[in-house]
Design a protein around this ligand. Structure first.
Ligand code: B12
Length: 320
């Protein structure tokens, strides 16, 4: 092979996983958190890796299996990784003649390990394992911890693998339906109780079909003691406003992801801002929200941000 061929992006993620021994999940986490390699995208949006990427990932994988931390390895060039591996091999041979390699440091964080187990349940379309694992995560980490460390990364992972063509639409539908059922159940359990607690209405506006951010908002609010009216995805903004009035919601939270250039939505949000002004707080979040902030009337008092902002805002407005 010519030297330049080594940098041609041509291998799909499944092949890279086979050749490096790293799962697609670990590959994504490493790319997202540490930018270990930067795969290109095919015309269809699939990640494509070069031979040089595979070589680097293989070295990093081996070095982490020897117990080293990926965050400390990323800065090292391949030559130094090789030196480390040789030194590890020597030490291993001296310490454990004929023994097996020391345990893997790849899944160091408990949350990552939980995500990997849940991904297996998704791949196997195993509902009880997925639902049970999600409830277990909430029991172990608490609702906020589970959302940050397990549920949000899992949802993004599922979506990215679907976008890569690495997970089928039935898998994505199954996973989304199961997550919705579990979070819905928890929202209802947490939401039962006195009628004096404040109420939040959660939805995505018309044309916005990414529903998962809204689900996370509903679960977060319920865990903070708010009563939640969850309307789901893709509703006309005028219906959302009417529902907020009927339900007596103090806060209306909308999640916006894609598209980010819908002129109808911009106009709808402007009208919603005017209608809620002075009576209810409007929260706008999700990765697409910044694109619409300028459409809202300056006086609306809209609050935009991530789940940390949401927690702080809801605590300030009256949850527990
Ligand atoms: C999961 C996902 C899907 C799932 C959606 C499942 C479902 N039922 O919701 C599936 C696989 C079905 C899907 C489909 C599509 N997707 Co998609 N998807 C994603 C993915 C991986 C995550 C998006 C998501 O759910 N975000 C919601 C939450 C979990 O994250 P978040 O938006 O960052 O929100 C955070 C905070 O902002 C906060 N938050 C969220 N909402 C709110 C609300 C309030 C009030 C507050 C305070 C906070 C808050 O909570 C989150 C946690 O911190 C992204 C890529 C990515 N890595 O983000 C692409 C992505 C959004 N999808 C994209 C596209 C293009 C599509 C499709 C149109 C593709 C296609 N050609 O068919 C389709 C169709 C969707 C449609 N009709 O609109 C693009 C959008 C590009 C753009 N912005 O211009 C992205 C960015 C992928 C990409 N890189 O190209 N997708």
């Amino acid at each position: 092979m010519r030297q330049s061929d080594r940098t041609v992006a041509q291998h799909p993620v499944r092949l890279v996983a086979e050749r490096t021994g790293l799962s697609p999940h670990v590959l994504r986490v490493w790319e997202r958190r540490y930018q270990v390699v930067a795969p290109e995208r095919s015309a269809g949006g699939q990640r494509l890796y070069s031979d040089a990427d595979i070589e680097r990932l293989r070295l990093l994988g081996l070095a982490t299996q020897a117990g080293r931390n990926i965050s400390q390895l990323v800065a090292l060039p391949n030559e130094q990784l090789l030196d480390l591996l040789r030194a590890d091999e020597d030490a291993e041979r001296r310490a454990r003649p004929g023994g097996t390699p020391v345990g893997s440091g790849v899944m160091a964080e408990e949350g990552d390990a939980a995500v990997a187990r849940l991904m297996e349940a998704v791949e196997a379309l195993d509902g009880p394992a997925l639902a049970g694992g999600l409830r277990q995560a909430v029991a172990t980490f608490g609702m906020h911890g589970a959302i940050d460390a397990v549920i949000h990364p899992l949802l993004v992972e599922i979506g990215e693998r679907w976008h890569d063509g690495d997970l089928t639409p039935p898998h994505e539908h199954f996973a989304t339906a199961t997550v919705r059922r579990v979070l819905d159940g928890l929202v209802h359990e947490l939401g039962a109780g006195t009628g004096t607690r404040p109420r939040i209405l959660v939805a995505t506006p018309a044309g916005q079909r990414h529903e998962l951010g809204a689900l996370l908002v509903a679960a977060t609010a319920a865990a903070l003691g708010w009563r939640v009216t969850y309307l789901g995805a893709d509703l006309p903004v005028s219906d959302i406003a009417a529902a907020a009035e009927t339900a007596g919601a103090q806060v209306v939270a909308l999640s916006v992801v894609y598209p980010t250039d819908d002129p109808l939505l911009a106009a709808d949000l402007h009208r919603l801002g005017m209608r809620l002004q002075g009576s209810r707080t409007l929260l706008l979040g999700g990765s697409g929200a910044p694109a619409y902030l300028a459409s809202l009337p300056a006086s609306t008092g809209v609050i935009s941000g991530d789940l940390a902002t949401l927690r702080a805002t809801l605590q300030r407005l009256g949850g527990r």
